[in-house]
Design a protein around this ligand. Structure first.
Ligand code: FHN
Length: 410
């Protein structure tokens, strides 16, 4: 794709910064328990960790009836959290299709009592609320298909024909996803396609069907960068320093992606906001996951935290959406995000003497004020060495993150 075209397709993504990841599938039924025992590890990997035979795992489909699923409600939660797009697991490694596929009956419409297609419902709800919708698709691992990768307890790995699976299953299913649900914002491939040639083929296939769909970095083989439209950082991983180019951190709100009944390791609201700010200050996007239950409910602790993040973004969103990486070095009190002629200083640790020291800004500051201050009253700015000192109010306005706006010369 030509550079200009690529930039056009990436424009919304670069602006959006904060998205919702949803891992939802049959694994929400066992929710981390198999035959009365806890299975360690992330919930959506239960089939693999417990080496559950295909025949046994398949039976979960007959029990999947998430009657409380309400696409409008999920989209509302994402929107109120200030998230701009959703990535939903159309097919995870267990191979179960959460959409009505003609390629297999092992799908939510044909194999469950539920018989509804959540992708259709999400696509409608997202369209109405102006939230973009993308699909996660496990292109390499498929523990259900004999020729998909990863299942060596039911199938002999030496007899797998991956190219056949790619040609006769993955590509036709991608066609279904890219022709049946309206505009697809992102195709979120995961865990490397085996060869760079195959990865490029998959990427080009997507772009032929929907030229504007953004393809995730994990379409490429391990460490093979530049095949997807942006780089995918490791799970829950935030780089130590600013990173050039388009990149994203996919992350969990607790310790799992797919629902686990006993994972209560919820990150605090403050932690989530700090991670969002840190990622944006280093130039990335934050894709934050929720794992709905088998009934179709986003767990309340997730909703509570997302609502709180949304309240913070209502006040401070200007410092996040469309913001770029910090031009300043390390800041001992927090992070910085940037827009043309504006710096947003995210003060996470309020200075004990009320003096915020900002290095490398000497002679370059027009004014400073608190983003949350509707009157935008000037804060006193003095030079100090190479930088400036900004006088802050004695009382911390927002102990999680108070944003100071600095208007600069250039
Ligand atoms: O194996 C998956 C995992 O289940 C989950 O989907 C995450 C999300 O980034 N990706 C893989 C591991 O990197």
């Amino acid at each position: 794709m030509a550079k200009e075209e690529h930039n056009q397709c990436m424009a919304w993504w670069r602006e959006a910064k904060f998205g919702m990841f949803i891992h939802w599938g049959l694994y929400a039924i066992p929710a981390g328990m198999w035959k009365g025992k806890r299975v360690p590890g992330i919930g959506e990997w239960i089939m693999y960790y417990a080496r559950i035979p295909v025949e046994e795992y398949e039976c979960l489909a007959g029990r999947f009836n998430p009657v409380r699923f309400n696409a409008k409600e999920w989209v509302r939660v994402a929107k109120d959290a200030g998230m701009k797009w959703i990535v939903f697991t159309a097919k995870h490694h267990d191979g179960f299709c959460m959409f009505d596929s003609k390629l297999t009956d092992y799908n939510i419409v044909k194999a469950t009592p539920f018989r509804r297609d959540p992708l259709k419902e999400l696509a409608q709800a997202c369209k109405k609320e102006n939230i973009r919708l993308g699909f996660y698709y496990s292109q390499t691992l498929d523990w259900h298909r004999p020729n998909g990768m990863g299942n060596d307890w039911d199938y002999d790995p030496n007899k797998k024909n991956f190219s056949k699976y790619l040609e006769e299953y993955v590509k036709p299913q991608l066609r279904e996803l890219l022709t049946g649900y309206g505009p697809v914002a992102v195709l979120w491939f995961d865990i490397m396609t085996p060869t760079p040639e195959q990865a490029r083929e998959v990427r080009d296939w997507v772009h032929t069907l929907q030229p504007e769909t953004v393809v995730s970095g994990r379409v490429g083989p391990w460490r093979e960068r530049g095949i997807g439209d942006y780089e995918e950082w490791g799970d829950n991983e935030i780089p130590a320093e600013k990173v050039e180019g388009d990149w994203e951190t996919p992350a969990t709100i607790n310790g799992t992606w797919g629902f686990k009944s006993y994972d209560h390791n919820w990150k605090s609201t403050g932690d989530l906001i700090h991670k969002l700010v840190e990622i944006v200050s280093k130039g990335g996007n934050y894709l934050l996951n929720v794992g709905p239950t088998a009934e179709g409910i986003i767990p309340q602790p997730s909703v509570d935290r997302l609502e709180a993040v949304g309240r913070w973004l209502k006040v401070n969103g200007e410092s996040i959406y469309g913001a770029k990486a910090s031009p300043l070095g390390e800041l001992k009190w927090g992070h910085c995000t940037a827009k043309p002629r504006k710096l947003y200083l995210h003060v996470l640790a309020w200075p004990y003497d009320g003096q915020l020291e900002v290095p490398s800004l000497k002679g370059n500051v027009n004014r400073a004020y608190l983003l949350a201050d509707e009157k935008r009253m000037d804060l006193e700015v003095k030079s100090r060495g190479n930088g400036v000192l900004i006088k802050l109010p004695a009382k911390v306005p927002d102990p999680i993150d108070t944003v100071v706006v600095v208007e600069t010369e250039g």
